[in-house]
Design a protein. Structure first.
Length: 420
């Protein structure tokens, strides 16, 4: 439980005390006031290394779900009362405490124990468990100086799947499964991103802030949580956009917007790739973004089971088309059916609720195959490669493959100015 470390906490405590007294007129005899009705409802606390959701009934009975230092508990029964100006909590697991109590009814209450610990609970009028269901994408999950993409799906059976960066393991996950519970506006979930010192059952808590139609692209769910920063714990946040679980692709046209490239490692070697000098041991994505912008890259879905993407190279339009297979958000570009020289590309595709923005998420092999196909199409259409020469075609793929050890990439495209 979080220690009271600064005088700021004392100041806040004093303000809450005054506000509570003024609201109830308790200056003369505060101990006579009955707080039972004020405490009814769901209250949530999120602090460094501690989080708890309390569901309190009119008779003082309570249910506690929470996490402390990574250890999780769920639906622990107990009883809460305020007596002689003190807040007293007793629970069936014998994790009991009491302390001085102040409250602004319907907003916040704080407990300040004799041991110097302080807990502040916010009133939560709504349970966000239903609003959280579905698929969400974040473009700026920040670790260090990088901006990463992550995608999370929440299911009504209490499971979730995660695709994105795992910074402590220095790797990525694709559809990694875990469980979660929501009480009020707090989510408790097994920590997908475990440090080496974490136990297998380490949990984390996240405060959810839901903004229906928070942007022109749709709903926003903001996470607030604590992360380690050296020896300290600091609060940070990330915002997720709701995306479609069933893709709406037919007759959609998209223009290139930006690219997110992470988890990049490769040979310290400069190679020319489609007119640009790349070094994958030093790559940060800026050069790839420049290339795709200069190429005027765009994507079109003539039908629900076909794709066409085009780009301009050396003033000449290059066109690629293929059939696609769609299974949920997994999409396979069946490039080998267009010509045996090409490779199929397995990737994940995500759309916002209005289908106005689309993410094409690829991991290492998909990136190599995707750009290898682009390169060989460009060489073939400009007369520099015979697609029937299997040795020459393989050599072009190998040039890309041999310099990339790992890479994760998300290409973001937005509705074309030419319309749907």
């Amino acid at each position: 439980m979080k220690k009271l470390l600064t005088m700021a906490f004392i100041a806040i405590f004093t303000i809450l005390s005054l506000a509570s007294c003024e609201k109830h007129g308790l200056d003369d005899n505060p101990d006579d006031y009955d707080y039972a009705a004020d405490l009814v409802g769901t209250w949530t606390c999120l602090q460094a290394n501690f989080a708890e959701a309390l569901v309190i009934s009119a008779d003082g009975s309570a249910m506690s779900t929470g996490v402390e230092d990574g250890e999780y508990w769920e639906n622990i029964r107990g009883h809460i009362e305020v007596r002689d100006g003190r807040f007293i909590m007793t629970f069936e697991d014998d994790d009991n405490y009491e302390g001085k109590f102040v409250i602004i009814p319907g907003e916040v209450f704080s407990v300040y124990t004799d041991e110097g610990e302080r807990y502040t609970y916010r009133y939560c009028a709504n349970n966000l468990s239903q609003e959280l269901l579905g698929m969400w994408v974040c473009n700026d999950t920040k670790y260090g100086t990088n901006s990463e993409i992550s995608v999370v799906s929440y299911h009504d059976d209490g499971s979730r799947t995660y695709t994105g960066i795992l910074p402590h393991s220095e790797g990525y996950a694709v559809n990694l499964s875990s469980t979660y519970t929501v009480v009020g506006d707090l989510m408790f979930a097994k920590n997908l991103d475990k440090k080496p010192t974490d136990s297998p059952d380490c949990y984390i808590a996240t405060r959810l802030i839901y903004s229906p139609n928070g942007t022109a692209l749709g709903d926003i769910m903001t996470y607030r949580y604590f992360v380690s920063a050296g020896k300290d714990m600091v609060e940070t946040s990330a915002s997720y956009l709701r995306v479609r679980e069933t893709l709406d692709l037919a007759e959609r046209r998209y223009d290139y917007s930006n690219v997110y490239v992470t988890n990049v490692s490769g040979e310290d070697k400069d190679i020319y790739f489609m007119g640009y000098l790349f070094n994958f041991s030093k790559m940060d994505g800026a050069l790839l973004d420049k290339m795709l912008r200069n190429f005027v890259f765009n994507v079109e879905f003539p039908s629900a089971d076909s794709i066409k993407y085009t780009f301009t190279y050396d003033g000449q339009p290059i066109v690629m088309d293929a059939l696609i297979e769609v299974e949920g958000n997994k999409v396979v570009f069946k490039m080998s059916e267009r010509h045996a020289a090409f490779r199929d590309v397995d990737l994940y595709v995500f759309q916002d609720a209005a289908s106005s923005q689309l993410h094409m998420y690829m991991y290492t092999k998909a990136v190599i195959d995707f750009f290898g196909n682009m390169k060989n199409t460009m060489l073939a259409q400009t007369g520099q490669l015979d697609l029937n020469d299997a040795v020459a075609v393989q050599d072009e793929y190998d040039k890309v493959d041999e310099v990339i050890n790992s890479i994760n990439m998300s290409i973001v495209v937005k509705t074309s100015k030419q319309g749907k």
